[in-house]
Ligand binder design. Structure first.
Ligand SMILES: NC(=O)C1=CN([C@@H]2O[C@H](COP(=O)(O)OP(=O)(O)OC[C@H]3O[C@@H](n4cnc5c(N)ncnc54)[C@H](OP(=O)(O)O)[C@@H]3O)[C@@H](O)[C@H]2O)C=CC1
Ligand SMILES: CC(C)CCC[C@@H](C)[C@H]1CC[C@H]2C3=C(CC[C@]12C)[C@@]1(C)CCC(=O)[C@@H](C)[C@@H]1CC3
Length: 314
């Protein structure tokens, strides 16, 4: 039976590399790519078919920051498919990023520089805004749109012969201290990206609690630092290119400097091959690349997730 795999944010970066890598793993899957509009869907399908001409690739359009669009695509998917085996919840944004280089320099003096270079803790802020639905844009796009999509697709994901899987692209920038239940959309702070990714980690834990019995399993991954449209909005492309030799050097000390979308998709592809019953719901799977360029996956506990579960909030 062919497996049906849905990937959001498939038009570029990690999502596009993931689509190609999944087809390298199993050329018989039915890949359904979700992009923002028809032009992007068709261009992405052409790109994928150029390297995998025999692949079965279909398209759907969704703006994850627009609830009407999410409900519409869920309806369309329910009509088109009888079940979904894998859903990669990968689309994401980081609008108006700002890097505090002074704090990075201070980190160098206080010995925290490696932590800063891998998590961006204390050196990155964003300016968020309200979207058309009156929700904070980062929360809505990175988490809430995906969450509503999952809930709307329950009938395709639960109670199937084989377990179905949700795989969320989170981040090592996810931080407990950036998230607050009393301001879960992060309207008041300037770390909306970090908050949305931490909320994603917790959501995955809670989804496992609720749905494992019905054969649906959820995992979170971090692709590491990847050169993509997202990072090209943080610093200009030419500067990243100039910094490339330094980043290859940093990679000897910071294994999460995966740098390419292909390497960044390592954990996503690894999870595709694992039995979900053997995975730990409280772990985030990190794509890593060694100094010599070898890719591998490292599991790390999600900070505060166990405590969150114990408090019974799930
Ligand atoms: N790059 C990095 O270093 C890291 C990235 N990540 C995460 O990886 C994921 C992929 O990002 P990456 O590949 O780097 O960046 P890209 O910007 O290349 O990819 C983001 C994808 O999300 C899509 N997207 C954005 N907003 C929406 C929306 N409202 N509705 C539907 N699709 C949308 C984009 O579509 P469109 O082409 O239309 O804009 C694009 O396909 C994100 O979740 C990001 O947070 C995590 C850790 C590190
Ligand atoms: C590496 C260079 C010599 C200096 C670059 C400084 C900063 C622009 C980067 C240092 C740490 C980076 C980082 C991210 C963006 C660029 C930096 C702030 C992310 C926040 C990108 C998105 C993510 O999800 C995180 C995992 C990244 C963490 C590290």
């Amino acid at each position: 039976m062919e497996r049906v795999v849905l990937v959001t944010g498939a038009s570029s970066g990690v999502g596009l590399a993931l689509c190609r890598r999944l087809l390298e793993e199993d050329g018989r899957i039915h890949l359904c790519i979700a992009c923002r509009n028809v032009q992007k869907s068709e261009a992405t399908r052409d790109l994928i078919l150029a390297t995998h001409p025999a692949a079965r690739v279909s398209t759907v359009e969704v703006d994850l920051g627009n609830l009407v669009s999410v409900l519409r695509v869920a309806r369309e998917l329910r009509c088109r498919f009888q079940r979904l085996d894998f859903v990669y919840l990968n689309a994401g944004i980081m609008p108006n990023p700002h890097v505090n280089f002074k704090a990075l320099w201070h980190g160098l003096l206080t010995g925290k520089v490696l932590h800063m270079l891998t998590t961006a803790e204390g050196i990155m802020t964003q300016t968020d805004r309200l979207n058309g639905d009156g929700l904070q844009e980062v929360f809505a796009t990175n988490l809430f749109g995906h969450f509503i999509l999952v809930r709307q697709l329950e009938c395709l994901l639960c109670g199937n012969e084989k377990p179905s899987r949700l795989i969320w692209t989170s981040s090592s920038n996810a931080r407990e201290s950036a998230f607050s239940l009393s301001d879960y959309q992060h309207a008041k702070g300037q770390e909306s990206y970090s908050s949305s990714k931490y909320a994603t980690d917790l959501t995955s834990v809670v989804l496992n609690r609720k749905f494992n019995k019905q054969g649906l399993y959820s995992s979170v991954v971090c692709p590491g630092l990847v050169m993509s449209n997202m990072t090209y909005r943080i610093l200009p492309v030419f500067l990243w290119k100039l910094l490339m030799p330094i980043m290859w050097l940093i990679r000897f000390f910071a294994k999460t400097y995966t740098l390419t979308p292909y390497n960044g998709a390592e954990a996503h592809v690894w999870l595709f091959k694992q039995k979900p019953e053997h995975l730990d719901a409280l772990v985030k799977y990190h794509s890593c690349t060694s100094g010599l360029g070898k890719s591998y996956v490292e599991p790390r506990k999600v900070n505060g997730a166990a405590a969150f579960c114990c408090r019974g909030l799930g």
